[in-house]
Every structure is written in C-alpha cells, then in structure tokens.
Design a protein around this ligand. Structure first.
Ligand code: C2E
Ligand code: MG
Ligand code: MG
Ligand code: MG
Length: 285
C-alpha cells in the first residue's frame, strides 16, 4: 500500500497498521468492485446562509452502501482508494455523477465536489473536468471543486499552473478544512479560491468560555474578505454555534443544525416543493 501514486504518498503514514489489516484488505477488495456494483452514491449536504437560513448551495459527499457491512463512511474508504490509486476513477465518476444529477435540479444551485490531493496530482484533471462539463452540459460556474491545503505540499509552480487551468474551465474553487493543513499562508498569495471553508475543529468548543476559536474564526473571516473569498463554517451543530459563527461573520453555514447529507431523491422533493429555507433544528448548546 506504500506506493499510493505520486504526491499521495504522505497518506501512507496516517494509516494505522494495527487496525485490523484484514478488515482493510477486505475494504480494498470490495472497493474495486463497489462502483461497478452500484454501491457508491452521492449524497448532498445543504450550505445555508448564516443569517437568512436560505439554501445557497450543496456539497456532494460520497456514500458506500456495502451489501454485507452496511454503510461505510468516506473517512474509511477514501484513504484506501487513494492508496490503491483507484481514487482517480472514483473521483471522476463523482464529478460526472454530480454534474449529471445537478443538471436536472429544478433550481439552478451550485454544487461542490471534493477533489483528493491524489487526483490533483494528475495533470489531466482540468481535461477531465472540461470533458465532463461538455458531455453533461452542466454550467461550469455551478460546479465548485473543494481542495485541501495538502495540495500545497507539492511543487509550487505546478500547483499554480493547475489552479490556472482549472479556473480556465470556468469552475469555482474552494479551500476545504482551512487551518488544519500545517501549511504556511504564503500559498494564498496566488491561490484563486472563491471560498474558504473553516474546518469544524474551529467550531467545536467555540462557544465555551475562554476558547480561542472565536478569535481564530474572526481572523479567517477577515482574511477571506480581504481576499474576496466567501467563508463557510463547517460542522455547525447547535444554535449557540450558529449564532456564534454568524456573529463572527461567516456568511455560510454547513452542519447538522440545518441538515446532514441527504440522498438525491430527498433533495429533489425539497427543491420541487420550493422549500428553500431551513429551520435550525438542534440542541441550543
Ligand atoms: P469534508 O469535505 O470536509 O466534508 C464535510 C464532512 O463533515 C462530511 O463528512 C459531513 O458529513 C461532515 N459534517 C457535516 N456537518 C457536520 C456536523 O454538523 N457535525 C459533524 N460531526 N460532521 C458534519 P463525510 O461525508 O463523512 O466525509 C468525510 C470526508 O471524506 C470529506 O470531508 C471529504 O474529505 C471526503 N469525501 C467525501 N466525499 C468525497 C468524494 O466524493 N471525493 C473525495 N475525494 N473525498 C470525499
Ligand atoms: Mg469538502
Ligand atoms: Mg471540510
Ligand atoms: Mg475533511
């Protein structure tokens, strides 16, 4: 599993080898067939205006419904797919599937798809995106690619060129899990992001007295504003957290307080019946 393909290699060090090698081997084997067997599905989580609570866009999240083992979360199978190099196939399928589905939505909302650092390491990513847009007829400006800071561990010139090529396709770029990647801020000098997603680790605990997270959040929001980028607070679960992130200036919110990721059918029902506004429903604290 150590090969992992190009810049994805660092992933290897995160794998806990004591964590049932057998279980992992089974996931490996099954994952190779999961796509063909139709076991993978894209779910969609609403991204909502922090003040008006209106639906603004969606993030597509992959789900694996294994016939024997039930639902396997992406945190367990995406790293495996990266190591096996099959993330490229899965990732391309995800973008195509999302464009195909979102093209049929009765409301022209934007949709985000996660792109792994391993996919980003492939020079043909912009070509793949372009051909999917052509083939599906989905409007480029409605597609957003979510990328994490880990892509900046690679060659700077290449990363730069990659961003430019992706922007040329007309898609939007979002920086996911911001603040968790151990990278310096210097990469922001030239990064053409449209959106910064504040990682949920900054939301957790933020409402406790004396916590540093609210200050960090304000700093991220003001950084984003001066760079002309929108901000999303991820993982908002309680009303207190919602109030706090809105007060700190994050214009968008994603979290269980509004909705988890839902299947396409459920989303379609909502969109078709014009339910575009959300009610915060969660604990106060
Ligand atoms: P992410 O891109 O940061 O996605 C947000 C994660 O936070 C999702 O987990 C979502 O279900 C979860 N989340 C949202 N609101 C809340 C909340 O209020 N509380 C808590 N505790 N969690 C919340 P999920 O779906 O398990 O995905 C995990 C990660 O797997 C994603 O993190 C992303 O990095 C990766 N992933 C998911 N789908 C894809 C995909 O299609 N392609 C690639 N390359 N990666 C994917
Ligand atoms: Mg994401
Ligand atoms: Mg995230
Ligand atoms: Mg994440």
């Amino acid at each position: 599993a150590a090969k992992g393909g190009g810049r994805g290699q660092y992933r290897f060090f995160h794998i806990d080898l004591t964590d049932s090698a057998k279980h992992r081997r089974q996931i490996e084997e099954d994952l190779r067939d999961a796509l063909e067997h139709g076991e993978l599905k894209m779910f969609f989580q609403p991204i909502v205006d922090s003040k008006t609570h209106m639906l603004k866009s969606l993030e597509a999240l992959m789900r694996w419904e294994h016939p024997d083992r039930g639902f396997i979360p992406p945190s367990q199978f995406i790293p495996v797919a990266e190591d096996l190099g099959i993330i490229n196939g899965l990732g391309e399928w995800a973008i195509r599937e999302v464009c195909r589905q979102a093209k049929e939505w009765p409301v022209e909302l934007r949709v985000a798809v996660n792109v792994s650092a391993v996919q980003f390491a492939r020079d043909d990513l912009p070509e793949i995106v372009k051909s999917i847009l052509m083939e599906t007829g989905f409007e480029a400006h409605r597609l957003e690619l979510e990328i994490t800071e880990s892509v900046f561990l690679g060659d700077t010139d290449r990363t730069q060129a990659m961003f430019e090529e992706l922007k040329q396709t007309g898609v939007r770029l979002a920086l996911d899990d911001f603040g968790t990647g151990y990278s310096s801020l210097s990469y922001l000098q030239h990064a053409p992001f449209d959106k910064i997603k504040i990682d949920q680790s900054f939301v957790r605990g933020a409402t406790e007295k004396g916590n540093n997270n609210p200050a960090i959040m304000s700093a991220i929001v003001s950084l984003a504003q001066s760079l002309n980028m929108e901000t999303v607070a991820e993982g908002v679960e309680t009303k207190d957290e919602l109030n706090l992130v809105a007060e700190r200036g994050a214009s968008l919110v994603q979290g269980y307080i509004f909705s988890p990721a839902i299947p396409q059918e459920e989303l379609l029902e909502r969109l078709a019946s014009g339910q575009l506004s959300y009610e915060p429903r969660g604990p106060d604290k």
